[in-house]
Design a protein around this ligand. Structure first.
Ligand code: ARG
Length: 407
């Protein structure tokens, strides 16, 4: 194996920028480039085509990783257990894929003996932070570079370079948007969406159908075991299959479109459009099952943990000690999140209309207003007496001292 300092592992997408980056990094740094493409369910081109293209663009080696099962099981499922939503809305689509891609980049760097990892992010977004913090959290000695940010690889330069070197990549096809997509959803930004008043047009979407013209309602039953979907309509599914099927069925009903102004980690506000039909429908179902199975105080406390977890994951802390500690809490809460949720997806909404669990905390005999009631209502008098005592004492003091009681 040749000397470590002469190789760079590049996160390769197969697109124009990272194709040009292969040669550009070589010219600018004098190092050999190994291209690594990670499949997190983004669809699109055949992975073997992408691998060949990397070699044709000058990579000394190239390989592709089918990480879809791993992404579903170890990244999407934790996000589901955490009901992970940044700003209460965004299901962390790109934020959860970067740590996994980073893991495979580090693995490749170790295997090939590279001391540097490169990625195609700009210097203005969250993803550069997520890649680099994730990489150095696993490999503190690793160097990170971004050709766009650090080696002045602009879009115009990329087009000229690709044409001049006759790289096997389309340079004319102009996509008006910047898109990142994977199994958990799809993020669309830039273009005319940068004017906050402009409504998204039909061409923005691809995971979801127009919710204003829905087909007939689709009712489905999702079975969960310890917070993870294990069957849909009685048919056993892996985490990957669960998300795929929910993407298809909820997507057909226009579920999961989001249009928000997002606070980026680096301080910029940006307009973001997302579509995450499977993720949002699953989170809705998972929350409904937690409402039946989590103890009241644990349920309430978990909501705070969920918010912190989502902020951490958004802010590039996937591999941080605090995130790991919160994962342990969340995992513990999921022990009894087992049961079934019935939901209807229709017209852009996923609505839960039934739930059952062998290990739920709902007690019909305590809750019922019909005969068979086992709750002794006389207990409540004494409970309220004691429960209201602190406020009663404080109100009496206000009256004694001439203050206001709010009346
Ligand atoms: N703003 C989102 C995030 O930070 C999505 C970024 C996705 N990247 C893109 N090129 N559209 O997670």
């Amino acid at each position: 194996m040749s000397t470590h300092a002469n190789k760079v592992v590049l996160a390769y997408s197969g697109g124009l920028d990272t194709s040009v980056a292969i040669g550009w990094i070589g010219e600018q740094t004098g190092k050999e480039v190994i291209a690594v493409a990670v499949d997190v369910g983004q669809g699109g081109e055949d992975l073997e085509v992408i691998r060949r293209r990397a070699l044709d663009c000058g990579a000394v080696d190239a390989y592709v990783v089918d990480a879809r099962e791993e992404f579903a099981a170890d990244y999407c499922m934790p996000a589901l257990k955490a009901n992970g939503l940044y700003q209460g809305t965004y299901p962390l689509v790109s934020a959860i894929s970067r740590p996994l891609i980073a893991k495979h980049l580090v693995k490749a760097a170790r295997d090939f003996g590279a001391d540097t990892v490169a990625h195609g992010c700009t210097g203005k977004g969250n993803d550069q932070v997520r890649f680099e913090v994730s990489i150095t959290s696993m490999a503190p000695d690793m160097h990170c570079i971004s050709p766009v940010r650090d080696l002045a690889l602009t879009r115009d330069l990329a087009i000229d370079y690709a044409e001049k070197h006759r790289l096997p990549i389309e340079t004319t096809k102009h996509n008006p948007f910047s898109i990142d997509q994977n199994l958990w959803g799809r993020a669309i930004e830039t273009g005319y969406l940068e004017d906050l008043w402009n409504a998204p047009t039909k061409d923005v979407y691809s995971y979801t159908e127009d919710p204003t013209y829905p087909p007939l309602p689709d009712e489905l039953i999702i079975s969960f075991e310890s917070g993870v979907p294990v069957a849909i309509d009685g048919r056993a599914v892996t985490p990957l299959e669960a998300v795929q099927e929910m993407n298809r069925r909820a997507g057909a009903q226009g579920v999961g479109r989001i249009d928000i102004i997002e606070d980026r980690l680096i301080g910029i506000k940006s307009r973001e459009v997302y579509e995450a039909p499977g993720a949002l429908a699953l989170i809705e179902a998972h929350r409904a099952l937690e409402a039946v199975t989590l103890e009241r105080l644990q349920h309430r406390y978990k909501r705070q943990v969920e918010m912190t977890w989502s902020d951490l994951v958004y802010e590039a802390q996937w591999y941080s000690p605090l995130k790991r500690s919160l994962d342990a809490f969340i995992e513990d809460t999921q022990r009894h999140v087992t049961g079934e949720i019935r939901m209807v997806v229709h017209g852009g909404r996923a609505t839960v209309n039934g739930r059952r669990s062998e290990v739920g905390l709902y007690d019909f005999n305590l809750a019922t207003y019909d005969s068979g009631d086992t709750f002794d209502q006389s207990w409540s008098r004494g409970f309220i007496e004691i429960y209201g005592m602190p406020s009663r004492l404080a109100a009496a003091r206000e009256i004694r001292t001439g203050g206001a009681t709010g009346f």
